[in-house]
Design a protein around this ligand. Structure first.
Ligand SMILES: [Zn+2]
Length: 94
């Protein structure tokens, strides 16, 4: 199994346990290109990634897509959310 590191923000469950509050396997998302291939490289299955609690919902919402596309969408969405939060903070509208 791949180590639990969020595919979007790269936080590790081992060093940031607060970002992985659910039972660990619930932080795992299977995407459309997931293949349960016993011949695949051990520990590095295709189409399955870990997500911290902040990115888990977006990942699940995109799990009907292949991993690469989903990660791009989640990454962009996460960046937009952060940018929006920063601009709101700057405008003092919290
Ligand atoms: Zn994350």
């Amino acid at each position: 199994m791949i180590p639990p590191i969020c595919a979007v923000c790269l936080r590790e469950a081992a060093s940031v346990p607060d970002a992985f509050p659910l039972p660990l396997l619930e932080h795992l998302v299977y995407f459309a290109d997931y293949e349960a291939d016993p011949e695949a490289m051990p520990g590095q299955p295709q189409g399955v990634e870990w997500f911290c609690i902040d990115h888990l919902e977006a990942a699940k919402a995109s799990s009907h897509l292949p991993t690469d596309r989903a990660l791009r969408i989640i990454g962009v969405r996460s960046w937009l959310t952060q940018a929006r939060a920063r601009s709101i903070t700057r405008e003092g509208e919290r």
